[in-house]
Design a protein around this ligand. Structure first.
Ligand SMILES: N=CN[C@@H](CCC(=O)O)C(=O)O
Length: 402
């Protein structure tokens, strides 16, 4: 049994409230007590009889402390890069012309399929470690660059295995075989969709938590998306959907119909879509880096005004964005989406926990996981100022990282 006392916290942003001169008592991997330091009890039943006997006491030097950050949308299981493609894209080439020239997601599929599992594993491990070292203790991670049954299942298992290693964040594994249609199914899209529907049970057995589909132009129709998501939901996977990245295609309506855990992207959406998300309680995952790159911003303030739950994602993927720092994503959300620091920080903690169906994290209170970050600042406003605020220390389940 490990009991740890974090003291001299200058500013504690718990997710529920902000406390000055605070302390946190951690028992094994959970939070046992949180409050102002002067209120720290002498004994906590079942944890410590006398607070002076606590074995690990850490002085946090007056710093800002928050819950571990949560990245609600990433694509980290790939090999290679597409830097040259991005240079062309920023010069004005369209996605359609890039895909027609052999680029896009399909080119990463080719490279990933041709990469040995050991090399692929090392690349994914390195990326996941990057998230943790930057203060992100939970990462939603999608498959989607093998697009064969065995390759996609291997990706699910890889993520599940890596999560068990030291120095890794917690991983929420999302099965995204419905990313694009792979070349061997060109002209047989319906067959691929049915195959993916059938693979969902294997993905769930391999350890996937969610199923996702890219519902958009050049990807999958709403009918096809419904098939995949309903198949996944039937075997216990949480459905989530890429919605409105290029166009409005009824993905938001489908998300409401199926009770999706999240609709992600939302660069193109109408007032009616916002009303639907609000009415049916569909949470939004918005990703400022890729929204900025595409030049279409989701109407986040409108969504907040209408009570839509917001989570933030880096949308790390090989085509557009290599970010593994959610503190950078928070700063981008503040400047690009007009979110307040508080709303952005909440979206990157409790918002993420909500969309991932993980009520054990995202807020610092007794009984929750002791996923905690001490930042190199004394106020949360520093997130908006720093564009990549660094942690001084990270605890995952009460254990210090590094
Ligand atoms: N967000 C989802 N997928 C990415 C594409 C990934 C890639 O290009 O490899 C996107 O279209 O934003």
């Amino acid at each position: 049994m490990t009991v740890r006392l974090l003291t001299n916290i200058g500013r504690l942003w718990t997710g529920n409230e902000v406390l000055s001169n605070a302390a946190i008592l951690v028992h094994n991997d959970r939070i046992a007590w949180v409050g102002r330091a002067p209120d720290l009890p002498q004994s906590v039943p079942g944890v410590v009889d006398d607070i002076v006997d606590v074995d690990h006491v850490e002085n946090l030097s007056g710093a800002l402390v928050t819950p571990g950050l949560i990245d609600a949308h990433t694509h980290p299981v790939y090999a290679g890069n597409r830097y040259a493609e991005l240079a062309i894209r920023t010069g004005g080439s369209t996605s359609a012309s890039i895909t027609a020239a052999g680029g896009g997601v399909g080119s990463t599929v080719t490279v990933t399929r041709g990469t040995d599992p050991w090399t692929l594993c090392n690349g994914v491990r390195e990326r996941l470690r990057g998230w943790l070292l930057n203060g992100t203790t939970t990462v939603e991670a999608k498959t989607g660059y093998h697009l064969t049954r065995d390759g996609e299942l291997a990706d699910v298992r890889l993520l599940r295995e890596l999560e068990k290693e030291p120095m890794m964040p917690r991983v929420h594994v999302t099965f995204l075989a419905a990313h694009v249609v792979p070349p061997e199914y060109f002209g047989r899209q319906r067959e691929y969709v049915e195959a993916v529907g059938a693979w969902c049970a294997d993905a769930a057995a391999a350890g996937a938590d969610s199923v996702d589909v890219y519902c958009d132009e050049g990807h999958f129709t709403t009918e096809e998306s419904r098939w995949v998501l309903a198949s996944g939901r039937n075997v216990g996977l949480l459905p989530r959907i890429h919605a409105g990245l290029f166009s409005r295609r009824g993905a938001v309506q489908l998300a409401a119909e199926l009770g999706c855990a999240s609709a992600d992207g939302l660069h193109h959406m109408s007032e009616e879509d916002i009303a639907i998300m609000s009415r049916y309680g569909v949470p939004a995952v918005v990703c400022p880096a890729t929204a900025l790159q595409r030049g279409h911003l989701p109407p986040v303030r409108q969504m907040i005004k209408h009570g839509v739950q917001i989570a933030l994602g880096s949308d790390h993927n090989p085509g557009y964005c290599g970010i593994t720092s959610m503190s950078l994503v928070i700063a981008m959300a503040v400047s690009a989406f007009g979110m307040s620091v508080n709303d952005a920080l909440r979206a990157a903690t409790l918002g993420g926990a909500t969309v991932l169906g993980a009520p054990d994290r995202g807020v610092l209170q007794p009984g929750r996981l002791a996923d905690i970050v001490q930042w190199d600042a004394d106020h949360e406003g520093a997130f908006a100022w720093s564009f990549g605020l660094k942690p001084r220390r990270v605890w995952r389940g009460g254990t210090p990282v590094q």
